[in-house]
Design a protein around this ligand. Structure first.
Ligand SMILES: Nc1ncnc2c1ncn2[C@@H]1O[C@H](COP(=O)(O)OP(=O)(O)OP(=O)(O)O)[C@@H](O)[C@H]1O
Ligand SMILES: [Mg+2]
Length: 585
């Protein structure tokens, strides 16, 4: 954390940035402000009415006052009602527009954040930022503005009236100003700190829930209930404590300020009635003065309470803007990749996920257009990482990955990714129909016949038609209603349907039995014929037919060649082959 002054400065900056969201809604803001002025004006007018009511109607029995004072009371409250409605309605309207806009901005941001960001982010926090934090922001930008403007205007109006009536009496009240300011300043800091904590703890609550919901099977089988319960209790309790503290601060600061006002009131009443000011004020003026003062309580209370909301909003703004300001995936390539033949080259590629922990060292190999290259090697040797570099899920930290002779960073991300089809090691399915999962993204509008065809090649058509609703079956979150092998075949069908010139298969058939693997393999072989393929597999049967096999060990390439060459050499591959064959038999 930075120093207090820097924090205060950035607090102002954040506040200003929050307010800037209202700029797009000038018309509504204007109406709301008009409402606020009406509202504040009517409060002052009501207090002012006390004078003619008492001095005119009651003391002097002035016939004119007797008629128009009651009429004015009705008019004043009518205006107050209209003003109150307009300010509340339009500010809420603006507030929800802002919620919608910031949520959309965050969502867009999430879609474009670099993969590395997701490696360290908690999904609970990512979700609660959009659902919970954003709401606090809109409160600042809208509700708080209402209170600030409306109640400040009311206070100014009432104080003005008081000074107009008797500046001497008002004096006692005005010295309160600095004291109130000091109190507000003190509690502000506390509010902000508590709000940050509340926000964090909401994220933690969301996180724990999310883990339990996603990992419910594991929790059950490994008896994790007690552990998760304790974990949840801890974050839940923290959330409660922080919220209670916040309420205590708020509940304590308002009465304190009101007490100060009452103190001033007492002094003024004493001064006015004890004769010090006798002759200077009439009964009507005094009543009007006291009414104005009494009416000050409510807006003052609002103003002190609004502070808590502002601080919560600033804390939320801090958290939201921090993400909005994160740099998105770099996409500054100018060239659009347009081709149906792709040649890949890795040239002395280095890569590290975390600085100082090299995962790939000096990787050089090439895949010519139409070639099939297989990557093999022990677990953790860096195979999937190589696959990640092609669609630029991550960028190299040294060396160059090129496609058709040009650095992949020179292409626009969209055109690059458009040319790559990919079956990942972990299958990702959305909670949608089978058909929507296969014809995902750009492929949504492809004709059903194409989808069927892809499923046939992936050996998936048969089981899909056996599902309750066939292609319309909803597969559940990440496809929980399907078997591992069925999920994998959907992922393969999706990759086939994309029909891209570069195909990456990372353990694409690992969950299939030998029977279905063979039949999928047949389809894939057909598919690989006229495209460039990088295939990663543990099961060596999958890769024996590759044009070239690249053998990895601890982030380096240790061998490369055809199946026969590598076996003949009796090196790493031969050992791997031997061991895997043994394991499989
Ligand atoms: N997102 C990540 N952040 C940090 N380190 C990572 C990340 N993904 C992988 N690693 C590390 O990089 C190394 C290579 O991982 P990679 O996934 O490329 O291995 P692999 O060869 O595909 O292994 P497997 O055969 O088990 O899939 C591993 O040591 C792993 O711990
Ligand atoms: Mg892997």
């Amino acid at each position: 954390m930075s120093s207090t002054t820097a924090a205060a400065a950035s607090g102002m900056q954040i506040y200003r940035r929050l307010l800037s969201y209202t700029a797009a809604y000038r018309a509504q803001l204007g109406l709301a402000l008009l409402g606020m002025v009406l509202y504040a004006g009517s409060a002052t007018a009501f207090a002012a009415l006390m004078k003619p009511m008492l001095d005119g109607s009651f003391v002097d029995r002035d016939s004119e006052s007797i008629v128009w004072v009651p009429i004015m009371i009705v008019v004043v409250f009518l205006l107050r009602g209209i003003g109150g409605f307009c300010s509340t309605y339009y500010m809420a309207w603006i507030g929800w527009q802002i919620v919608k806009r910031i949520r959309r901005q965050l969502f867009d941001k999430y879609l474009g954040l670099p993969s590395a960001h997701f490696d360290t982010a908690s999904s609970g926090e990512m979700i609660s930022r959009v659902t919970f934090n954003v709401r606090n922001i809109s409160v600042v930008a809208a509700d708080c503005l209402t209170v600030l403007v409306r109640d400040t205007l009311t206070i100014v109006g009432l104080l003005g009236l008081m000074i107009y009536h008797s500046w001497k009496l008002s004096l006692g009240f005005i010295v309160l100003g600095p004291i109130v300011a000091l109190i507000v300043r003190f509690v502000s800091k506390r509010f902000r700190r508590l709000s940050r904590g509340i926000q964090d703890s909401m994220a933690q609550v969301a996180s724990v829930i999310e883990e339990v919901v996603n990992g419910q099977r594991l929790v059950k089988v490994f008896g994790g209930q007690q552990y998760e319960r304790e974990h949840f209790d801890a974050v839940n309790e923290r959330n409660r404590v922080l919220n209670v503290k916040e309420t205590a601060t708020r509940a304590g600061s308002s009465p304190l300020i009101q007490f100060l006002v009452a103190l001033a009131l007492a002094i003024i009443v004493y001064l006015a009635s004890s004769g010090v000011l006798v002759g200077e004020v009439t009964v009507g003026v005094f009543m009007s003065f006291i009414t104005a003062m009494m009416m000050l309580f409510a807006p003052l209370k609002q103003l002190t309470n609004v502070n808590a909301k502002i601080q919560a909003g600033v804390a939320a703004g801090e958290n939201v803007f921090a993400i909005l300001d994160v740099e998105s995936e770099r996409d500054d390539g100018q060239n659009s990749l347009e081709t149906d033949r792709i040649a890949v080259k890795f040239d002395r590629v280095q890569f590290e996920y975390q600085p100082g922990v090299p995962v790939l060292r000096d990787i050089s190999f090439a895949v010519d257009s139409g070639e099939v290259v297989a990557l093999v090697g022990g677990s953790g040797s860096g195979k999937s990482t190589i696959a990640n570099l092609l669609p630029r899920l991550y960028d190299t930290t040294g060396g160059v990955v090129s496609i058709n002779g040009q650095d992949v960073r020179d292409y626009t991300l969209a055109s690059l990714r458009h040319h790559i089809s990919y079956v990942g090691q972990d299958v990702t399915l959305f909670n949608d129909t089978v058909q929507a999962n296969i014809a995902y993204g750009d492929m949504r509008d492809l004709p059903f016949e194409k989808i069927r065809e892809a499923c046939e090649i992936a050996n998936a058509d048969e089981f899909i038609r056996g599902l309750r609703d066939g292609y319309e079956t909803v597969v559940g979150e990440n496809g929980v209603m399907l078997s591992g092998g069925q999920r994998q075949r959907l992922a393969i069908a999706r990759a086939i349907l994309k029909d891209a010139p570069l195909l990456i298969l990372d353990e694409a058939t690992s969950a299939l039995d030998t029977e279905s693997e063979r039949s999928v393999q047949q389809g894939l072989l057909e598919l690989m014929k006229n495209r460039t393929t990088v295939v990663i597999a543990h099961r060596l049967t999958t890769i024996e037919n590759a044009d070239r096999i690249v053998v990895m060990d601890q982030g380096r390439i240790v061998e490369a060649g055809s199946h026969a060459q590598l076996l003949g050499r009796g090196g790493h591959y031969a050992v791997l082959h031997g061991s895997v064959l043994n394991a499989e038999s």
